[in-house]
Write a protein that binds this ligand. Structure first.
Ligand SMILES: *Cc1c(COP(=O)(O)O)cnc(C)c1O
Length: 372
């Protein structure tokens, strides 16, 4: 049996979303974050569609290598920088830029005996407490980096927000202020905003209450989710902000069975048929990345009709209530998320975020492109 689970990547949506990010960024430069295989959409194809960005952001040197091998000549920033001294030579060879967030990395750079100037992004921890130097050390670290002949003097200053998706949480404003205070006298570009900050926190782009009141041209936005049409804001979809989904996940109905009232569906026999009804079986499951945690009642589409997942999602298959899809036939296309069915809705039903679902589509799913 060949499997029909297919993730169709909408290249026009990627391009349109980049244009919308640019419009919202008001002159700030745009880093297209393509880590985790472009949030599960496929690194090379997304980089092609997003080649108009000012830089790409990746999580590993290996991803930088893939982008170079695919012919990308764009700036590429490795968001967690080098792990070992040998990484520095590889980064120079591939013309990758390094986020420097830790003393261990600074020590590697200071131990070097020269080399091509490496472009670095100095990461300050203003409150997320994951990566970055304490803001009180910003001037010291900046001076040490600037003194190294093998570091490009145009150092970009960056920080990352912990809760910018919560528009009512003032942590983002406090992080922005801490960043501004720590970097006040330092030259160079600033990179604070992620997708959610682009939507909700203009100060992170040098806007109104700006970090130092600097012009937008000095700022970067590091956008991931929005480029794929994904919202990180609870209760909102990318479409609510004018972004289009970049992935539609589909499969086919492989069976329709008439099941009697009172019978139970699937593993654990968790869902009881309230009446005699048609149950559809779709060829997709958690082995494809459809979340097992999706509750009964999670929406899906059968052709143009609505349906809902009932019973437990299994590895290869899931079961659907077809009462609102009376014309359904074996072989019909089943839509799990994407165009017309926001992945954010599915994520909410599964107790996770849309990012995790698109990142979790597995290798056995066929990838297709449209809008080439
Ligand atoms: C992943 C990541 C981003 C992008 O975040 P989105 O919410 O997807 O826009 C930006 N900056 C850093 C450091 C990241 O790790």
């Amino acid at each position: 049996m060949s499997r029909s689970a297919t993730a169709t990547i909408h290249l026009d949506a990627l391009r349109g979303n980049l244009a919308r990010v640019r419009a919202l960024a008001g002159g700030a430069k745009v880093m297209a974050v393509v880590k985790a295989d472009a949030y599960g959409h496929g690194l090379e194809r997304c980089a092609r569609a997003l080649a108009g960005a000012d830089a790409f952001g990746v999580a590993s040197i290996a991803d930088g290598l893939r982008l170079r091998a695919a012919g990308q000549r764009q700036r590429i920033v490795v968001l967690s920088g080098p792990d070992a001294a040998s990484d520095l030579a590889e980064m120079r060879r591939l013309r990758l830029e390094a986020v420097i967030h830790h003393d261990s990395q600074l020590a590697m750079l200071e131990a070097e005996r020269g080399g091509e100037p490496l472009k670095v992004w100095l990461n300050l921890d203003t409150g997320m407490h994951r990566l970055g130097f304490a803001p009180s050390r910003a001037r010291e670290i900046h001076a040490r980096l600037a003194a190294l002949p093998a570091v490009d003097p145009a150092i970009v200053l960056m920080t990352h927000f912990a809760a910018s998706d919560e528009f009512g949480n003032d942590l983002t404003a406090r992080q922005t202020q801490a960043f501004a205070a720590a970097t006040r006298d330092l030259p160079g570009e600033r990179a604070l905003a992620n997708s959610a900050a682009l939507l909700g926190w203009p100060a992170a782009l040098g806007g109104a209450a700006g970090a130092g009141g600097s012009p937008a041209a000095r700022y970067w936005v590091r956008a991931g989710g929005l480029l794929y049409g994904l919202s990180a804001v609870a209760g909102k979809t990318g479409a609510d902000f004018g972004f289009a989904p970049a992935m539609t996940l589909t499969t086919r109905l492989v069976a329709i069975n008439r099941i009697a009232r009172g019978e139970r569906i699937g593993y654990g026999a968790t869902w009881v048929c309230p009446e005699d009804m048609d149950i559809g079986v779709a060829a997709i499951g958690y082995g494809d990345g459809y979340p097992r945690s999706a509750r009964s009642g999670t929406p899906a589409g059968v052709g143009a009709a609505p349906a809902t997942v009932v019973g437990r999602v299994s590895m290869d298959l899931l079961t659907l209530d077809l009462r609102r899809a009376p014309g359904a036939r074996v072989g019909d296309v089943v839509t799990l998320w994407g165009l017309g069915l926001p992945v954010e809705t599915i994520a909410a039903q599964a107790g996770t975020i849309a990012y995790e679902l698109t990142c979790g589509v597995t290798r056995r799913v066929l990838f297709a492109e449209d809008g080439g």
